[in-house]
Design a binder for this molecule. Structure first.
Ligand SMILES: *[C@@H]1O[C@H](CO)[C@@H](O)[C@H](O)[C@H]1NC(C)=O
Ligand SMILES: *[C@@H]1O[C@H](CO)[C@@H](O)[C@H](O)[C@H]1NC(C)=O
Length: 282
């Protein structure tokens, strides 16, 4: 943990990189819990050459809306973190952004953008064609599964920003439209009733575990989707926490709410490394 912190500090800071950032505790810290006043993002992995995992402050129209930890090798996120601020009933979009800086670190602007605006994009991230080129009814056809969900966005600008492929991973269509949607709604309703209406701050992290197969020969299909929450009061004491994990398959079971600690144990087994969700707090 200490070693990783040192390594991150040594990363070259470039004025061009306004959105892919070196450290979540400095840039976009507002999306992470701060029990005891310490900003506590979930685990990040060892990445000695800094060429696999990127920290993204998801920015649209110069406004940072949430944060994503992205795996350029698998071309899917590890997790997205956001504040839940209430139910917004926002419109969905039908086009998806990408992250220009992943493929064009020096020229990409800090905002998410459309593929057409980035030369040679796709080496480090999934593109729309990865999802679209697989025919309907093919067993390898997947939905673009949101991590930070549009359903939980309070504002339309935040809802729009969730439509970026760095916030998505291949999701089994029946899982997307079934148990995972139910889980997103259960979670949003719980947070709305027990945290927002009670005057607490609600923090959510949603992630995926890479499975063993690829979509379109390029993009890793997750074996599991998971989500965790923590609600803090105005003295930064945690009042509610928990999470869900579900298998990304057609015939899954409804994810049940489990304790934060039990979700961390599940994730430790799935990622094969110690995994903390809120820095061990909550
Ligand atoms: C990160 O935040 C620091 C401190 O606010 C700022 O100086 C720096 O420019 C930011 N870096 C990026 C890449 O946005
Ligand atoms: C959201 O996206 C839609 C479609 O691109 C656009 O018309 C609308 O102005 C956007 N809303 C905001 C608040 O950015």
């Amino acid at each position: 943990m200490k070693l990783l912190a040192v390594v991150l500090l040594l990363l070259p800071l470039s004025g061009c990189l306004a959105e892919v950032v070196p450290d979540f505790t400095v840039n976009c810290s507002q999306f992470f819990v701060n029990p005891f006043g310490i900003v506590s993002p979930p685990t990040t992995f060892i990445d000695e050459n800094h060429d696999r995992y990127k920290l993204i402050c998801q920015t649209l129209n110069n406004k940072i809306e949430f944060a994503t930890y992205y795996d350029m090798k698998n071309k899917i996120p590890v997790y997205s973190a956001y504040r839940f601020e209430g139910l917004g009933n926002c419109d969905v979009q039908n086009s998806w952004f990408i992250e220009p800086q992943l493929d064009s670190p020096m020229r990409g602007g800090k905002n998410m953008g459309h593929e057409a605006g980035v030369r040679n994009c796709g080496a480090n991230q999934a593109l729309n064609s990865d999802y679209d080129d697989v025919k309907e009814n093919d067993v390898n056809k997947y939905d673009r599964g949101h991590l930070a969900p549009v359903y939980c966005a309070k504002t339309q600008s935040c809802a729009n920003a969730t439509f970026t492929l760095t916030n998505a991973a291949p999701q089994n269509p029946r899982f997307t439209r079934g148990w995972w949607r139910t889980t997103e709604r259960n979670l949003a309703n719980f947070l709305n009733t027990h945290c927002i209406k009670a005057g607490l701050r609600a923090y959510v992290v949603t992630g995926v575990v890479p499975g063993n197969t690829d979509m379109n020969g390029r993009v890793r299909v997750p074996s599991h989707y998971w989500t965790a929450f923590c609600c803090l009061d105005n003295r930064n004491n945690h009042r509610h926490s928990g999470g869900y994990v579900g298998e990304n398959i057609e015939q899954g079971k409804e994810p049940q709410r489990i304790k934060r600690r039990d979700l961390e144990m599940r994730l430790r087994n799935l990622y094969r490394t110690v995994f903390t969700l809120f820095g061990g707090g909550c």
